[in-house]
Write a protein that binds this ligand. Structure first.
Ligand code: ADP
Length: 231
């Protein structure tokens, strides 16, 4: 699904052709949105703000770790396919080794995604349903690779993109993860360019300033999404 016309900058777009009700049922007032952005753009910061203001957060990175925890079906399938060299001594998945293995290997990456994505989506639907039942107005699914993963966008009432100039993304990722400029750049280059993401978003939050600027840019978008839930 694509936004109707240009995405909103700083202020919310009031009409767009994504599912206008998201996962809302006749009896509740919850809308489900996706929050995405390139590595280091500030998704986690925006998710924290939205959570502080009352949203429920469903984080696909957290779920991705959960579906391969020891004893899980996900871990069993991953090890069946990739081998037990990807198990650490304590029985947990060696995520770093697996990450390196698939980084330059597209077919292995697809296989891994084929195992994990359905499990992550199932868990995410469970969390969304729980939030709906609890009467939360806004459920925010944080999905870093929303567009790259080919996920069905029609389940979301809005798609919020957080973005920042590339040099800033690289600086932030280097500082946060303690990695080299080359590695930060390689990670960023493996993702869809921000300009392409921007054409698919319904709302854009620019995060080129201070944390206070980010909070100021995020609030009107949060308010309009909550207002949309109440309609
Ligand atoms: P993402 O979740 O999109 O990868 P994060 O929210 O983790 O990005 O932000 C990346 C890093 O940059 C974090 O260390 C975060 O605290 C920092 N950061 C994010 N936004 C700002 C900002 N406006 N000013 C200063 N630091 C920021």
């Amino acid at each position: 699904m694509r936004a109707n016309g240009a995405p909103a900058h700083g202020v919310a777009l009031l009409t767009f052709p994504l599912s206008p009700k998201g996962l809302r049922s006749a009896t509740d007032m919850t809308i489900t949105i996706a929050l995405t952005g390139s590595i280091g753009s500030g998704k986690s910061e925006v998710a924290s703000l939205f959570q502080r203001w009352g949203a429920a957060i469903v984080d696909s990175d957290v779920l991705a770790r959960e579906v391969v925890k020891p004893g899980s079906l996900g871990l069993r399938r991953v090890i069946q396919h990739f081998g037990d060299k990807f198990l650490l001594a304590d029985g947990t998945l060696d995520r770093k080794r697996l990450g390196n293995h698939i980084f330059n290997n597209p077919s292995q990456r697809l296989t891994l995604e084929g195992i994990l994505h359905p499990l992550i989506q199932e868990r995410s639907q469970q969390e969304i349903s729980q939030a709906c039942k609890a009467g939360v107005k806004l459920v925010v699914c944080v999905i870093p690779l929303l567009f790259e993963s080919g996920r069905d966008l029609s389940q979301f009432s809005a798609i919020v993109l957080v973005r920042a100039p590339e040099e800033l993304l690289i600086q932030r990722v280097m500082a946060r993860d303690g990695i080299s400029k080359e590695l930060a750049l390689a990670k960023l280059s493996a993702q869809m360019p921000q300009e392409q993401k921007a054409t698919r978003a319904t709302h854009i939050i620019d995060n080129a300033g201070s944390p206070a600027d980010l909070e100021r840019a995020s609030r009107p978008i949060f308010d309009s999404l909550v207002a949309q839930a109440a309609r």
